[in-house]
Design a protein around this ligand. Structure first.
Ligand SMILES: [Zn+2]
Length: 62
């Protein structure tokens, strides 16, 4: 039986090109998720948190 599931470990990190460990983001099937290595994933998640925080601030100030 052949699995059609693509494993992140078979892909390369979209940021640094090293072996990926996880696909992210994967909360919405409409959004294509990219493979990331652990290090770059942390950075991406941090960026997202900062972006969300900025949006929060925007609403607070308006
Ligand atoms: Zn990476």
């Amino acid at each position: 039986m052949t699995s059609k599931i693509t494993h992140a470990k078979d892909c390369k990190c979209v940021v640094c090109g090293k072996q990926a460990e996880v696909f992210w983001p994967c909360f919405d099937p409409d959004i294509p998720s990219n493979p990331y290595c652990r290090k770059c994933l942390e950075k991406e998640q941090m960026k997202l948190l900062i972006e969300l925080h900025k949006i929060d601030e925007k609403y607070k100030n308006s």
